[in-house]
Design a protein around this ligand. Structure first.
Ligand SMILES: CC(=O)SCCNC(=O)CCNC(=O)[C@H](O)C(C)(C)COP(=O)(O)OP(=O)(O)OC[C@H]1O[C@@H](n2cnc3c(N)ncnc32)[C@H](O)[C@@H]1OP(=O)(O)O
Ligand SMILES: CC(C)C(=O)C(=O)O
Ligand SMILES: [Mg+2]
Length: 538
């Protein structure tokens, strides 16, 4: 037995789930916006996307965890695969309503009821087109025939689902008096959610809001139903149209993760939710979505569908919290609110990124040097910054290694420590001996060590010669040329007094490369300290 929808005068109090006791969507608070996610149905209609049942279950579970109110799991009558996926989700995903799409005919509705039989809370989403264009060229039905079809199919669906949503496909291009009549008939037939799709993304925000207001005034029994909107992005206005509809009184949003969907896609859940939350001062509505899961769910959907998220996509794009230009970087470093209206943490993204490039300024450059472990004297900055700018003009992307190389190059010209002598010997068992003599500001220092291999012995000997507690933290070696005489590049990091310092060197002998890289790291310690001393003296 399905639970009954109890109707009050001003609000519709809906079904309380039989197994969990959670109140589902029909309990309308004027202030709550419900989220109906159709990633698995309209989202899968994105050209090139095809998901297998286990992938759909994984996405559905993530959506439920994120707090969506309804998951449209598929279109059961479309194929055996879709039927199987909807049934599997209905049986396994709990804590939210599971919906299945059906055309306005008995066979589709029957299949949907079968697929949703195991759902904790089931919703039939039945649709039929109402615009004259669709009636004439596609359905080949008159307006009256469509109304009769709506009546028949709702009568057939009655009692088979916990609730029924009716969609008037291409509603936004439908004559408004006729649309009002179709929706009135749908309410009389038992639909408690009326969806107003902008199927072809034709609306403008004010126009769409006007249509929602018109429906509120002209549909009989509208106070018993929730108005839903389903916006496509053909003109890039899906989010603006959705938000305008919410301002006009719509309380369910149909959306997809990453804005997937037919053609240019549906409105992205992440965009609507963050607009409602960030501009609560304007919209004043409640949203029960855990926004911290947006980035993770976006990555999951992108990976499983193969639909890459453009870097500049709002909220979940890789650049959504990245700052490249100097003026912005300076602002963000002083206070992120200068250029960020949401925190990256609020959508589960990593902290804001300051990306060094040709538009960066000195503030960001110096901040980056400090984060890389360099303590750079003010007097050195102009020269380093000029070199960085000319490199950035030539290179699309600047990596940490490029910055390190710039600093190392400067250090190379001001070496505090130099290798005067380095000798090593190792045997086939890996036993090695090395001795190292260094010229340091404190005079000639030398020592010897044994180690596990020639690199280990040589670096230990150098550390002993310096007599400072410097520990090796990272060591990477790669061939930069090929052949017998290949050049070996060593990049390493050492830690001294809690800070990391980088060293890099290239040589045909990898052991020599290692000692030189180590000494270069030591030089950056001296460099940093000497500069600090100079700065303190000044
Ligand atoms: C706006 C939207 O996103 S609507 C959802 C769109 N999604 C899909 O179409 C994905 C799944 N679709 C499919 O797999 C197939 O189209 C099926 C299985 C549903 C139907 O396949 P077929 O029987 O081969 O029909 P086909 O797709 O060629 O044409 C659609 C038929 O449904 C009819 N139809 C379309 N919408 C509706 C509707 N809402 N209610 C009743 N009938 C409808 C059309 O008039 C046409 O009928 P006809 O075969 O008698 O001419
Ligand atoms: C099935 C309906 C709601 C749809 O996807 C549309 O009209 O875009
Ligand atoms: Mg659609």
């Amino acid at each position: 037995m399905k639970d009954k929808v109890a109707v009050k005068d001003d609000v519709t109090v809906g079904v309380v789930s039989r197994t969990t006791g959670h109140t589902t969507q029909n309990e309308t608070s004027k202030d709550k916006v419900y989220f109906f996610d159709t990633t698995l149905r309209d989202g899968e209609q994105s050209p090139g996307v095809s998901l297998q049942t286990p992938e759909k279950i994984e996405i559905a579970q993530s959506l439920a965890r994120m707090g969506v109110d309804v998951i449209e799991a598929g279109f059961p009558a479309a194929s055996p695969g879709d039927f199987e996926a909807v049934a599997a989700i209905a049986n396994t995903v709990k804590g939210c309503t599971v919906a299945g799409l059906a055309r306005a005919n008995k066979a589709d509705i029957e299949k949907t009821a079968e697929a949703l039989a195991g759902a904790e809370h089931s919703r039939l989403h039945v649709f039929i087109a109402t615009s004259d264009i669709h009636l004439e060229y596609k359905l080949k039905k008159t307006r009256e025939e469509v109304i009769e079809t709506v009546k028949d199919c709702l009568a057939f669906a009655a009692g088979k689902f916990d609730e029924i949503e009716f969609s008037a496909e291409d509603a936004s291009r439908t004559d408004m008096d006729y649309l009002s009549e179709v929706f009135s008939v749908a309410i009389e037939g038992g639909a408690t959610i009326l969806n107003v799709p902008d199927t072809v993304g034709y609306m403008t925000p004010m126009e769409f809001a006007g249509k929602i207001r018109y429906l509120k005034e002209h549909v009989r029994g509208i106070e018993k139903a929730i108005i839903s909107v389903h916006c496509h992005d053909d003109l890039g206005m899906a989010n603006a149209n959705t938000l305008a509809a919410i301002e006009a009184g719509a309380r369910q949003v149909e959306c997809t993760v990453n804005g997937l969907g037919e053609r240019a896609g549906n409105v992205g859940i992440e965009e609507v939710v963050m607009a409602l939350k960030t501009r609560r001062d304007i919209y004043g509505v409640d949203v029960d979505i855990d926004t911290k899961q947006f980035t993770r769910v976006s990555h999951l959907v992108s990976r499983l569908t193969g639909m890459v998220v453009p870097p500049n996509k709002a909220i979940v794009g890789a650049n959504a919290f990245a700052h490249e230009s100097g003026i912005h970087q300076h602002g963000v470093l002083s206070n992120p609110t200068t250029y960020e209206i949401m925190t990256p943490e609020s959508v589960g993204a990593e902290k804001s990124a300051i990306v060094l490039g040709k538009h960066s300024g000195k503030h960001a450059f110096v901040d980056h040097l400090v984060r890389l472990g360099f303590t750079v004297d003010d007097s050195k900055i102009p020269d380093l910054f000029t070199k960085f700018k000319s490199l950035a003009d030539r290179k699309k992307q600047i990596f940490d290694e490029d910055i390190i190389a710039l600093v190392m190059d400067m250090i190379d010209h001001e070496k505090a420590v130099e290798v005067v002598h380095h000798h090593y010997h190792s045997d086939e068992q890996g036993y090695a001996y090395a001795d190292v003599r260094l010229k340091t500001p404190e005079g000639i220092r030398e020592d010897a060590a044994v180690g596990d291999g020639a690199v280990d012995a040589s670096l230990k000997a150098a550390e002993r010669a310096l007599g400072k507690p410097i520990s090796l933290k990272d060591f990477q070696v790669r061939a930069v040329t090929s052949g017998k005489d290949a050049l070996g590049e060593v990049m390493l990091k050492v830690e001294y007094e809690g800070k990391l310092y980088h060293g890099r060197a290239i040589h045909t002998d990898i052991i020599t490369s290692s000692v030189n890289a180590y000494v270069n790291a030591i030089n950056s310690i001296y460099f940093a300290k000497a500069i600090t001393t100079n700065a303190e003296e000044a």
